[in-house]
Every structure is written in structure tokens, then in C-alpha cells.
Design a protein around this ligand. Structure first.
Ligand code: PLP
Ligand code: COI
Length: 341
């Protein structure tokens, strides 16, 4: 299989049309067999549930080329199970978890020429998603749905890759208490768009959202969970019912404890504690681990000792170990690295 002729080392985090996508349709209470198709266009009725009441959810994972030339992805079973949770909360039909993993395999295999080579710094981003497709005008769930998976090669989510970023504390909330912050609903991201445009306009790379009820605890950003390192090397990460259970964060908790022998705390994190941490980072499929050098809270700067030039030593070690496992250079726990071909 010949790879596409792309400048792999200079890709941004953007969409490009690849050769195949996976499509399955839900009608009369059941999913059809699903298939790979070449047409990237979706044609729907003007009144489709996704257009009217935003009934949609999605997932994100990546495929990697390992040093020995295999194509693998990382813990796809957890994406399947998180999508199940999203569907249940949004009154959408669950796409069976084993079929989800099988569909990921099919679409990655079909687009193998688009999977960036080992060592290029790029990866194949895999975006499974589901939308309500039949017409609804009264406020209720649709009866028909489409599950799709598109793939696109990507580079780093934040410009500059591993260089520390500056973020600000947001005055906007992205999720309500007892709302949908814990699932991957498209509507959560619609909620965050004004806040991110405003943050970018003011020179910040992302928003730090605080808990919507009291604005005293750290939640997450628009697309990643937080990790903090204390001055004595403890890994601390926020626990909240209104943030997305990041697969990267759950994996890093294991990496920190089992590989790097760090104490790990998963607990509510007060915003007032933030100035005491030695290192801070964002973690997620897209973000991998992106170091944060500075948090600005309404003009007041919180600067981490790790600075704005380099990522801190613990963040660096966590990133190297996690990506080492993902790329097959370091032996991961059983079931983490899922071989596709
Ligand atoms: N939080 C939000 C809001 C996200 O969109 C994402 C990305 O998927 C994450 C956290 C990180 O989750 P994961 O590590 O599963 O990609
Ligand atoms: C991911 O990391 O997969 C996400 O969905 C985050 C998104 C902001 C790109």
C-alpha cells in the first residue's frame, strides 16, 4: 500500500477528505449492516432532528503507525462505551459496542494510505458520530439515525505542538449542573464556540471552565481535561460529574501510578489551589498532553514554575510514556493498543 503524498510533518489539526467513510442507518428499530462508502456528502430532510434539536453525539480517537509498521488504535472499546453513554443520555439508539470497534477497524484499513508514517508527528484522527435523520418538529427524539465514521490525518491541536500555552478563566459555562457535560454531545461544543472565539480574540489558546454551580472548582477546557502536578510530584486531576471522562486522562492516571510511580489524586480541585501547582497540562485525544504555562484569571496571572518555554519534567515524562505506549515503543497494559493491521 502506497502512502498518500502529504507533507506529514506539517499538518495542522484540520479536516481533509479521505477515500472512505463508514455509514450505518437505524430505521424501524434496528441498525442495518453498515458499509464503507466513498461519498463524503450527507443528504437529509430539511427537518431532520439533528438540524432542529441538535440530536447528535460523537467520539474521537486516533490511529498510529508503530515502529514495526503496524497500524494500531488506542483503547477503542472505551470510545464505544462512552458513545453508548452519550446515546442513552440523548435518547438515541446505541450502536453496538463490538460493531463500533469493527467499524473503526474497517474504515482505518480502507484508508491505510492516509495513516501518517511512524515518526512523522502526525496521526489519523478518527471521528465516529451519530445524528438524528428523520423529520421532527415537535420536541421529541427522532426515530431514524445515522452512525458514521470519518477519518482525517492531523498534526498537533495547538500550534507549536508541545510548547506551553496561555489560557484564561472563562466567564461562560459550557455545561450545566446535572446537564450533559459528562457525555460527548455536539450541543456542549456549540455552547463553547462563543467562549473560544472570544478567548482567541483576546490572545488565549483555550478557556478554563469552572464548575457552573459555584465557580470555585476547576472543570475542564472546551476539548480536554486538566492534569496538575504538585511541587512534590503528585499527579492531581479534577473529578466532577459535569466533565467528560477523558480516556487520555484515565490512561494517564495509570501511567503516572504504574509506570512513573507517582501518587495519583482524582478529586475535586479548588481553583484557589491552582497557584500552588508546579505543572499544569491539558490532556485529550486531540490535545495529547499540552502544557499550560499560564492561566489568566480576570487580569491576574498564575504562572507555573515550569514556564513558557518548555514543558515541565513530569508532564514531559507522562507525555513520552503515553505516546511511547500508543506508538508501540513501550509495552502498554493489556488491551490498550488495538492492532488493526
Ligand atoms: N474533554 C472534552 C470536553 C473533550 O472534548 C475531550 C476530547 O475528546 C476530552 C476531554 C478528552 O477526552 P479523550 O481523552 O477521551 O479524548
Ligand atoms: C478529541 O480530543 O477527540 C476531541 O473530540 C476534542 C475536540 C476539541 C477536537
Amino acid at each position: 500500500m502506497e502512502k498518500k503524498n502529504l507533507d506529514w510533518g506539517n499538518l495542522g489539526f484540520g479536516y481533509m477528505t479521505t477515500d472512505y467513510r463508514y455509514v450505518a442507518n437505524y430505521k424501524d428499530g434496528k441498525w442495518d449492516d453498515g458499509a464503507l462508502v466513498t461519498d463524503p456528502t450527507v443528504t437529509l430532510n430539511e427537518c431532520a432532528g439533528v438540524f432542529q434539536y441538535s440530536q447528535s453525539c460523537f467520539e474521537g480517537l486516533k490511529a498510529y503507525t508503530t515502529e514495526d509498521g503496524h497500524i494500531v488504535c488506542f483503547r477503542p472499546d472505551l470510545n464505544a462505551s462512552r458513545m453508548k453513554d452519550s446515546c442513552e443520555r440523548l435518547e438515541m439508539p446505541v450502536f453496538p459496542e463490538d460493531r463500533f470497534v469493527d467499524a473503526v477497524e474497517q474504515v482505518v484499513k480502507a484508508n491505510a494510505a492516509w495513516v501518517p508514517p511512524f515518526g512523522s508527528g502526525a496521526t489519523l484522527y478518527i471521528r465516529p458520530y451519530m445524528i438524528a435523520t428523520n423529520a421532527v418538529i415537535g420536541v421529541k427524539p427522532a426515530d431514524e439515525y445515522q452512525f458514521r465514521i470519518l477519518v482525517t490525518p492531523v498534526g498537533p491541536y495547538f500550534k507549536g505542538g508541545a510548547k506551553p500555552i496561555t489560557i484564561r478563566v472563562s466567564d461562560f459555562d459550557r455545561a450545566a449542573p446535572h446537564g450533559t457535560g459528562h457525555i460527548k454531545a455536539g450541543l456542549n461544543y456549540a455552547m463553547s464556540l462563543h467562549a473560544i472565539v472570544d478567548a482567541h480574540a483576546q490572545g488565549y489558546a483555550e478557556n478554563m471552565y469552572l464548575d457552573p454551580a459555584t465557580r470555585t472548582y476547576v472543570e475542564e477546557t472546551g476539548g480536554a481535561n486538566f492534569i496538575f502536578i504538585t511541587k512534590d510530584g503528585t499527579f492531581v486531576t479534577p473529578k466532577s460529574d459535569s466533565i467528560l471522562p477523558s480516556i487520555t486522562r484515565r490512561s494517564l492516571m495509570v501511567v503516572a501510578e504504574k509506570y512513573l510511580h507517582m501518587p495519583v489524586e482524582h478529586r475535586p480541585v479548588k481553583f484557589s489551589e491552582v497557584p500552588d501547582f508546579a505543572e499544569c497540562g491539558l490532556c485529550g485525544t486531540a490535545a495529547v498532553i499540552s502544557p499550560i504555562g499560564k492561566v489568566v484569571d480576570h487580569g491576574k496571572e498564575i504562572c507555573f514554575p515550569s514556564g513558557m518555554e518548555e514543558m515541565g519534567p513530569y508532564t514531559k515524562k507522562l507525555r513520552e510514556t503515553l505516546t511511547g505506549i500508543q506508538m508501540g515503543e513501550i509495552e502498554g497494559p493489556e488491551g490498550w493498543v488495538h492492532k488493526i493491521m
